[in-house]
Design a protein around this ligand. Structure first.
Ligand code: GLC
Ligand code: GLC
Length: 814
């Protein structure tokens, strides 16, 4: 257990324990695995949605509110006039004890005041579309007590964007029903919606409210809701305005007595022909069936146990015990957990992403799979199919798709020229993990040729040739709207403030080129060639190889600046990321991708590029995106220059790309540097920086402000970032070197001596490998010897054909 001012890791329970409601920013957790999701802060703020945070928002949340994080599922105690929340907010009453335990798929709040303790455990059961709150009220005093317990949440009128904008309509549409202890939210059900939501409790009510003006009051807020302060709900019925759901329970407790209540907030869909049970009365059967599954404390606890068992099972597929508990904590618990969340959410709904702006990103979602494929390969397979279905036959792809419709987002369109090759990474990684070679023959038509039975392999080939067919004057890949760096908009030339950098494109865009895509093409182009060979398509492989070779040559001839790789050529064919530039002389992305692709390992360029990264880009808080920062807006470069120096893509530490350097250093065999870069941004290693960092100490953030920023080392945009998948991939596949391949599991570590001897349990397809890695006293790169079940074997691959049961592997490092 390590501690900071705000909390500590409890590894045995796989929890982070927050010890104050007043963290530097709200520290959140994610609930839900399958359709129904919730974001929940350390004071029980946040919201819930079904599948799509924009189109099916269930509870309302106001972003960027004052004070921050006001709105959520709040429980209140009114103990003879003393009013408080077990989650420590929004009422300002100071508690005698507060803790929030964020765990795997649940959050638990324990609040205590004047001998009353409330434990609220909130989770979304594995298979059901509901949020369960198990609330236990205990009288720890010597005398009996009667207190009032209130629940409260505010409904969103489904479309979150419209809900926050179209008040002239929305203030008239709200509708509810109350029956027994259940409050039903049925706005728009009378028209085109075949779904409603409800909030119920398994106990008789002393009162309820469904109208916000009655429950909160027009000029009150959630820190002093009128009904709670008065000690009585008003049984209000919402017609329009803002429907809410609030229950009042009067709880009598003898000395030492506990009572547990189960609140369920659920979402149901109803067959259109069975919508009504009587005119104007909604069909409540499916809701009642759902409530019945959680109508006792025992049932709720059993569902919670099923959920935690599920997580224990998922996390047991890869476990490590090294000489550094921080590495183990990161890899065994929090990084894997975050990988699941980013896989589910892409970049849609966090405390920094409002859930109304973006769907599933093509590049984001492809990359997110590499941290998740070992956990649930079948889910990755399904995701890849969805992504491939938004690709065009020329290899280009919609940049995003909406999860509810699975259709490419036409407002954003495509032309981000790195997008296609990420599909190769995702597919290769999935096939290596699962052994599902047949997937390459699986038919998924291209978006524009629905009648043609194209296979996944055809998609990879289209990706490959999309790059080949879109080369610029230096035979390097055209960048299109942007490559991985969404903010390097070399064909945008915007001087109009209301224009989107992402979607505006002017001119022919047949000049600006990307060295990042060049490296990406070599890396995943080689992967495509390997796949062609795997399928026996040698002529495809032979035809592809010269394109990859030509790209390597083009990078060396036109992409090398002298001490590092250039970043791009702009629309005038002038270099970006060159020592000749006044600012933005060196960038991380091309150093990462060209070296990961193996370019320059033969002639010293790769080593020189990585040395330049260390010299110019590395700082205490991570590796900055570029240096020097741009000091002025430059329409030729676009959004990157719109940010003040040190923030976001303008010389911030954009964590997603740091693992590229970790991988490259591990390939280079420099174990100390690989580990050092890895640990600079890994939450478990930088708990001491929490005060500066501000975001959750258990997950990665997208961005940490860089050396040029007014405040350095401050993190933003936690949770939904490609950093999670990539840093996990870098640590497990390149530092620990446990790397799936088509024919088996390769063991190629690059381990710094400070990690000591290491034990790993790795489930690989149907096999379980218990792997022991012993220090060899040398470089730590690669292995000197390997035994499987005590028998020495050649090479560093555990052949799956031969070893597909439970096996003991012992390796000694070089
Ligand atoms: C809303 C609309 C307006 C319309 C009126 C009656 O005010 O903005 O265009 O005429 O409703 O439907
Ligand atoms: C954001 C985007 C991602 C992009 C990155 C760098 O994280 O989601 O697609 O690669 O920014 O611009």
């Amino acid at each position: 257990m390590t501690a900071s001012t705000y909390g500590y890791f409890d590894d045995a329970n796989k929890e982070y324990v927050v010890t104050t409601p007043f963290t530097p920013l709200p520290w959140i957790n994610y609930l839900g695995n399958d359709g129904f999701f919730g974001l929940i802060s350390n004071t029980s703020g946040g919201y819930s949605f079904y599948r799509d945070a924009k189109f099916r928002r269930i509870t309302r949340y106001r972003y960027n509110n004052v004070p921050m994080d006001s709105g959520g599922r709040y429980f209140y105690i009114n103990d003879n006039g003393t009013v408080w929340n077990p989650g420590g907010r929004p009422v300002r009453t100071e508690l005698d004890h507060y803790e929030c335990r964020h765990g795997m798929g649940y959050s638990k709040f324990i609040g205590r005041k004047n001998d009353i303790e409330v434990e609220q455990t909130t989770f979304i059961p594995l298979k059901d579309w509901c949020e369960v709150h198990r609330v236990t009220v205990t009288n720890q005093g010597a005398a009996s007590k009667s207190v009032k317990l209130f629940s409260s949440l505010e409904w969103c009128l489904w479309n979150a964007e419209d809900d926050g904008a179209n008040f002239q309509r929305n203030f008239s549409t709200g509708e509810v029903e109350v029956e027994g202890s259940a409050i039903y939210h049925k706005t728009e059900y009378r028209e085109r919606r075949n779904h409603y939501s409800f909030f119920s409790v398994n106990a008789p009510l002393a009162g309820y409210d469904t109208d916000r003006q009655h429950f909160v009051g027009v000029y009150n807020d959630y820190s002093c809701p009128q009904a709670v302060m008065a000690g009585a709900c008003t049984n209000s019925e919402a017609h329009g305005w803002s429907p809410v759901a609030a229950h009042q329970l009067d709880v009598e407790l003898a000395a030492g007595e506990s009572k547990t209540f189960v609140f369920v907030m659920g979402y149901v869909e109803v067959e259109p022909e069975n919508k009504w049970q009587a005119p104007g009365v909604i069909n409540k059967e499916p809701a009642q069936a759902l409530m019945a599954k959680y109508d006792t404390a025992e049932k709720a606890s059993a569902a919670l146990k099923t959920l935690t068992d599920y997580w224990d099972g998922l996390l047991s597929r890869f476990t490590v015990k090294s000489g550094d508990e921080r590495l183990d904590r990161a890899l065994n618990i929090w990084n894997q957990y975050q990988n699941m969340v980013t896989f589910n959410m892409s970049r849609s709904a966090s405390y920094f992403e409002s859930g109304i702006g973006r769907g599933m990103g093509f590049r984001d979602s492809n990359q997110d799979t590499i941290g998740f494929a070992h956990m649930i390969p079948s889910a990755v397979r399904d995701r890849i199919i969805d992504l491939a279905a938004t690709q065009q036959s020329d290899g280009s792809a919609y940049h995003q798709y909406q999860p509810l419709t699975k259709k490419g987002n036409a407002d954003i369109g495509g032309n981000f020229n790195d997008d296609p090759m990420w599909l190769v990474l995702a597919v290769a990684n999935y096939v290596k993990e699962s052994g599902d070679v047949d997937f390459l023959s699986y038919v998924v038509p291209f978006e524009d040729t629905p009648e043609v039975p194209s296979t996944i392999y055809d998609h990879l080939k289209a990706s490959f040739y999309h790059v080949v067919n879109n080369l610029g004057p230096h035979q390097l890949p055209l960048i299109g709207r942007a490559d991985w760096n969404d903010c390097l908009n070399l064909n945008c030339f915007s001087t109009e403030p209301n224009e989107s950098y992402q979607t505006t494109q002017r001119g022919d865009s047949d000049v600006a080129e990307s060295l990042m895509i060049a490296g990406q093409f070599v890396l995943y182009g080689n992967e495509f060639i390997a796949i062609a060979k795997l399928l026996g398509l040698d002529s495809d492989a032979d035809a592809a190889q010269p394109h990859v070779d030509a790209m390597v040559a083009a990078v060396k001839e036109h992409g090398w600046d002298g001490e590092w790789f250039l970043r791009a050529y702009d629309s005038q064919s002038n270099p970006i990321g060159s020592s000749n530039n006044a600012e933005g002389k060196i960038f991380i992305e091309s150093q990462g991708f060209c070296t990961m692709a193996g370019i320059g390992f033969d002639d010293g360029k790769a080593k020189q590029a990585l040395d330049s990264v260390e010299k110019h880009l590395a700082c205490e808080y991570g590796v900055m995106l570029q240096q020097p920062a741009y000091s002025e807006y430059n329409p030729l470069y676009g959004e990157i220059t719109s940010y003040p120096p040190g923030y976001k893509e303008n010389a911030g530490i954009f964590c997603h790309n740091n693992p590229w350097i970790v991988v490259a250093e591990a390939m280079m065999g420099r174990a100390d540097k690989a580990l050092s870069y890895y640990t600079r941004i890994t939450p478990a290693f930088i708990e001491h920086l929490t005060e500066r960092h501000k975001t959750e100490p258990y997950v990665y953030s997208q961005m940490i402000s860089g050396r040029d920023a007014y405040i350095q080392g401050e993190a933003k945009n936690s949770w939904l970032t490609g950093t999670a998948a990539w840093n996990y991939y870098a640590a497990t596949q390149y530092i620990l070197g446990i790397r799936p391949d088509y024919n088996g599991l390769q063991i190629d570590p690059c381990v710094d001596a400070s990690l000591g001897d290491i034990k790993i349990t790795r489930q690989f397809r149907d096999a379980v490998y218990h792997i022991e890695i012993k220090q060899g006293g040398g470089t730590g790169k690669g292995i000197a010897s390997m035994t499987i079940d005590g028998v020495a074997v050649d090479g560093d691959v555990i052949d799956y054909q031969t070893f597909n049961g439970v096996h003991d592997i012992k390796v000694v490092l070089n």
